[in-house]
Each structure stands twice: as C-alpha cells, then as structure tokens.
Design a protein around this ligand. Structure first.
Ligand code: TMP
Length: 210
C-alpha cells in the first residue's frame, strides 16, 4: 500500500527472551528524550481488538488451535493495529517502534510451524496492509541462553513459548535466513551484550536512517 506519510516504522524481532522488548522500550525512551515524536506498539496488540486476539493466541488452554488459524489470527490482529494505530501515527510523522511485526509470522509460523513460506508471505502482505518496516532490528541470541533467562525470571510459558527448544531453534534459524535475504532492511544485533551497549548500537543505527 502506498501511504502518504513522513514517519518511519522501526520493528524489533527475536526469539522469546532475546531481549527485544527491552530494546524496543530503550529506543522509544531515547527518542522521547530527544523530543523526537514517537509511539510504541506491540504485535499482537496495540488496539482493543488486537489485544483480545492476543489473549486467544497465547492461551495455553487452546491446544486444538490449528496452524492456519494461528497464522490468520496473527494477521487479523496486525491488520487492525496497522489501520487503527500505525498508519495514523505515521501520517502524523511519528517514529513508530513496534515490538514484533510480520517477520515474526515468517519466523514462527513459516519456519517454526513449517507452513508453506509463500502462503505465509502472501498472508503477511494482507495482515500488514502492504506496510513494510523502514528498519528491523533482529536481537539474536542462542536458544540455550534464552531458556536460561526464562528460568531465571521463572515465568510460566505461554502457548507459543511452550513449543520447546527444537521449535525455538527453527524460529532462530528462520530469522537469520530472513535477515540475510533482506539485508538492507535488517540489522542483526548480538543479544548477549549488555542492555546499555545494545541500546547504544541500536540508536546509532537508527540515526543513520534519519
Ligand atoms: P511476545 O511475547 O513477544 O509479545 O510475542 C507473543 C508470542 O507470539 C511470542 O511467542 C511470539 C509469537 N508470535 C508468533 O508466533 N507469530 C507472530 O506473528 C507474532 C507477532 C508473534
């Protein structure tokens, strides 16, 4: 979709417990400090309807959910967020920081669930209403370190996090493959460095596209 806007869409990607949400927040806070107009969303989420869909997707009680239903629910949540929240913010000229976007669907449903990648890509362009991020940070961390982080915070795994190590490995490899294919848009960041160092590197990269 051709949208007439001056804002930019910056997305954060990574496996569960990679630290991408922390980094999305860090960038958002730095932008605010510099008085750069910005807004932050999470996918799935950001709108009333998308948050409800998120609840359905992550509910551990929904064992019977099929892979295609899962894919379409992520796309539905995203389409609502794009039209209701992201496009209006971009039109106002804001920097939109989004914790996950359609690359998550390619990595989790495409590579993780092993759905046909071409069909996933087609669904992605509908779910994102044709919107493509200006810059995407992939916070890369190995699955073992991510699992150690989860055990440290001792949080109960949601339905996607509970898919096991082999699933997370496929997702990680998928992300790295997508980042290589779309090298112009992606920056792969080592997620094992300190929060402060990663945040500094990300801000530097962000300033380059401004
Ligand atoms: P979050 O924990 O980063 O908020 O994301 C929620 C979960 O949803 C996480 O396990 C990744 C998963 N997910 C997908 O499987 N496909 C998607 O398209 C998105 C956006 C998230």
């Amino acid at each position: 979709m051709k949208v007439d806007y001056t804002g930019k869409l910056i997305t954060f990607e990574g496996i569960d417990y990679s630290g991408k949400s922390v980094q999305a927040k860090q960038l958002f806070e730095k932008l605010k400090l510099q008085n750069i107009p910005c807004t932050a969303f999470r996918d799935p989420g950001a709108t009333r309807i998308s948050e409800k869909i998120r609840g359905i997707l992550l509910d551990n009680d929904h064992d019977e959910m099929t892979k295609w239903t899962e894919l379409l629910l992520y796309e539905a949540a995203r389409a609502q967020m794009v039209e209701e929240s992201i496009i209006p913010a971009l039109k106002k000229g804001e920097i939109v920081v989004c914790d996950r976007f359609y690359d998550s669907t390619s990595a989790y449903q495409g590579f993780g669930r092993e759905l046909d990648l071409e069909m996933v890509n087609r669904a992605n362009s509908i779910g994102s209403v044709g919107l493509v991020p200006d810059l995407t940070f992939l916070i890369d961390i190995d699955v073992k370190s991510a699992l150690e982080r989860r055990l440290r915070v001792n949080e109960k795994a949601d339905r996607l996090e509970a898919q096991g190590d082999a699933f997370q490995e496929r997702v990680r490899k998928g992300y790295l493959a997508i980042a290589e294919q779309e090298a112009d848009r992606f920056r792969v960041i080592n997620g094992n460095d300190t929060i402060e160092n990663i945040a500094r590197d990300i801000f530097k990269e962000f300033m380059r596209i401004m």
